[in-house]
Design a protein around this ligand. Structure first.
Ligand SMILES: [Zn+2]
Length: 245
């Protein structure tokens, strides 16, 4: 049986970063809960903290080390004094966990890109929790200190999608069939235009519809090869501009 460790950063008397009315420990908890929900019984899950417990970092490290798990992920959100820093980054320790980092980082970032998040890239960090023989990474899911990103982190629907993307990345990494769960949460939303199947841009069309950037016609077609007018382009660009505010 495949065993993984999910480490929801902070907890109990340690809230982690606290900004814009959010506590990091709560966000990490929710993301891990969604990951668990989507993984279901496909893998055995060991958690370093249940609920809202206080668990010292060294104890988390010991739980991971003893587990001899197939992988471990430590979930965090970033925070700095300034409101300006933003984006997504992941850490491995030295060269350990590089394969896992490449795999998860790329998949999660592909999703975050649709929310116009910046990629702060794959990094190396000497975190205690990563100091084991278990392939492990620490992920920093956006900046709680950035107003725009804190708004996303405060939204359950966003955390749910994020959890799904992590769960699918974990399953893919472990080569476990996801059983119908898709890598792109946009696919979950019903997008059924009758004339896009097999089109070279099918995935992109599904994504812009699911993201609410473009719509099809009332007769259930998208007319993927029809020319776009300057007016239609302006409408799409306005939706993007509204979103990046
Ligand atoms: Zn943290």
């Amino acid at each position: 049986m495949i065993l993984i460790v999910l480490d929801a950063g902070h907890g109990g008397t340690d809230p982690g970063a606290v900004r814009h009315g959010l506590q990091e420990k709560d966000i990490n908890r929710k993301v891990v809960d969604y990951v668990k929900e989507y993984l279901g019984k496909k893998v055995t899950i060991l958690e370093t903290r249940k609920g809202d417990e206080t668990v010292a970092v060294i104890n988390r490290r010991n739980i991971i080390a003893k587990s001899k798990a197939d992988l471990a992920i430590s979930f965090h959100c970033n925070s700095v004094k300034s409101d300006l820093a933003h984006g997504f980054e992941t850490f491995r320790r030295f060269n350990h966990g590089r394969e896992l980092q490449n795999f998860i980082h790329d998949r999660v970032y592909r999703f975050l890109q649709s929310h116009l998040i910046t990629d702060r890239k794959k990094k190396v960090g000497d975190f205690i929790v990563l100091n084991t023989l278990v392939p492990s990474i620490l992920v920093e899911n956006l900046f709680i200190s950035n107003r725009k990103e804190s708004q996303l982190l405060g939204r359950d629907s966003f955390l749910q999608e994020l959890g799904l993307v992590y769960a699918n990345g974990i399953l893919e990494f472990l080569k476990i069939p996801s059983g119908g769960a898709n890598i792109n949460p946009a696919d979950y939303k019903e997008v059924n235009m009758k004339d896009i199947q097999g089109h070279w841009a099918e995935e992109e069309i599904k994504r812009v519809i699911a993201e609410g950037l473009m719509t099809g016609f009332s007769d259930g077609t998208f007319k993927p090869d029809e020319a776009l007018t300057r007016g239609q382009l302006a409408a799409v660009l306005c939706k993007l501009l509204d979103r990046s505010k």
